[in-house]
Design a protein around this ligand. Sequence first.
Ligand SMILES: Cc1cc2nc3c(=O)[nH]c(=O)nc-3n(C[C@H](O)[C@H](O)[C@H](O)COP(=O)(O)OP(=O)(O)OC[C@H]3O[C@@H](n4cnc5c(N)ncnc54)[C@H](O)[C@@H]3O)c2cc1C
Length: 485
Amino acid sequence: MAKFVIAGNGIIALSAALDLSKKISKTDEIIIIGPSNQLGSASLAAGAMLNSFAEVTEDELKTKESLAHFKLSQEATKKWKNFEKSICENEYSSMTNKNMSAFERSGYGKGTYVIHNSTTDDYETANYNSIKKALQEFNEPFELVKPSAIPNFQPHPQKRALEALYIKNEGWFNPRNILDNLLFVLSNNPSITFYDDTIACVKAGKNVEMLIGNSGMTYHGDSFLIATGATLSKILDNSELDSNIQQIFYGVGVSIEVRLNDGIHTKAIRTPVRGGACGTYTIPYFQNGKDKQDHVLIGASNYISTEPDYHGRLISIHHLMHSATNQINMNFNDARLVRTNVGLRPISYDGYMLVGNAKFKNMFIVSGTKRDGFHLAPVISEEITGQMVGEKSSSKFRYFHPEREPIHNLDRNRAVELIVNSLMNEQFQHEFNPSSIKMLKQIKKSYYDEIHKLHDEIGAVDWGIPLHMVNMFKRNKVEWVKNGN
Ligand SMILES: Cc1cc2nc3c(=O)[nH]c(=O)nc-3n(C[C@H](O)[C@H](O)[C@H](O)COP(=O)(O)OP(=O)(O)OC[C@H]3O[C@@H](n4cnc5c(N)ncnc54)[C@H](O)[C@@H]3O)c2cc1C
């Protein structure tokens, strides 16, 4: 008889619990520890888009680590169909009607329009062109479309898109449906017990012996999975394990659920990735059993922090509303506010996920999934639960070992260029209006000088600061960069 202990109750922990429940024997036991209010859950705030191509950026497919992530994301898209079915057709599911569609069960839809407008700058154009190139190189079906033909796309005339493409196979779920369905089947499974608690630390000798909850409860077991999302570093720091696991930051992200008063959204409409965040997107947010499907999720902001922020910033809400109404549909001004979500994306120092066994034979970790963890859940859960029951780790995950040296796969000059371009792009997203080319060049130059100086200060001679970490370095918030010091 073996006991598996899972910390966390987001998409990663719950998917792993489901996979594990199929791999264990009848006498084995699984326990899941997480707060019932799911505080800070990135999964609940997510657009839950299954995007591989729509999020490609200029340098994305040039490094082996990014390419490995991209391939896993494509595999995940294929797996989601069966994975979602396996949740809803699980023996403990309440869904007895086998004829229901994934749309009815889990708010699934597909078809993503990527628009290209001129509200920002060249950085976005480069990403748009990279998406097109990747679609062609990987033979993924897509169409170039007239922006005026995109359903429910009515931007401000001055912010209209001049180009757009349609990726018919990229879709999304309603994450609340998926999480509710998962929680339902897991909590009805007699081998699984839930505890409403948060883990404070790991207690280990030769191996992990137990997890200690903030309630004072102790959770003993044989095999431990820590999948608490962005709080991983806090737990490891409290545990004083002296592990070689890079820092995980909180990528505070706001998304807004609205009910439309005018028009119906049937497809995802989004921009390419922009500086500082994933761009602007609007996704149909299908509601179970409702005749009129008029909810939309507007996303998403990203503010990287060393501390959790459960409230989000007003500027994020303002910016999301402003971008969506101007660049996607002016009728959103008349939509009704249903909910504001604040989720904490788990973002690693080097930007890549951490998946695998670490420090002790019986400790497994998943974190750092950034903006793609919902999408990747079926492949990650299959991998990590395989490892937990003694299977060998797959080479598909070889770059993502939790105890790896931080990945610095851009040289300094390219990293500086990307950082400067991304910072400039952020300014344009916030209505920056240079008075002349001379001024634009001057500002860009001052960014170049500042970012090169920052590299000098931290001794980054032949490697570049990961794009998303520049503000952390500026604020001296990076505590652990093994090969960067
Ligand atoms: C606004 C936004 C939009 C996004 N859009 C997408 C998207 O379209 N597609 C996509 O694939 N990904 C998206 N993501 C990213 C995705 O949400 C994450 O990568 C993924 O949800 C991470 O899952 P997780 O289970 O690791 O963490 P979480 O979903 O954050 O779950 C962690 C859970 O553990 C609990 N917990 C925290 N600390 C403890 C503790 N100490 N002990 C026990 N439990 C604890 C939390 O309360 C939470 O319920 C988005 C994220 C955000 C914020």
